[in-house]
Write a new protein. Structure first.
Length: 63
């Protein structure tokens, strides 16, 4: 598991989370705050899929 790069472009962060099946609380916070600031519907849908994966145990949340 790699350490989170919170300065990476949001799209890269989403891909990293999907590939690793891990998400940190800091990454979760960044995604949550990004939802209201992005108008990219495809990116918003990907973020919602990440939150779905968290709720259903498909992604492991680590600190």
């Amino acid at each position: 598991m790699s350490s989170p790069n919170l300065n990476a472009p949001l799209e890269d962060l989403v891909v990293q989370i999907f590939n690793s099946h891990f998400i940190t609380r800091a990454e979760e916070d960044r995604l949550m705050s990004s939802l209201s600031s992005t108008s990219d519907e495809e990116l918003q849908a990907a973020i919602y899929r990440i939150f779905y994966g968290m709720r259903h145990g498909l992604l492991q949340v680590v600190d």
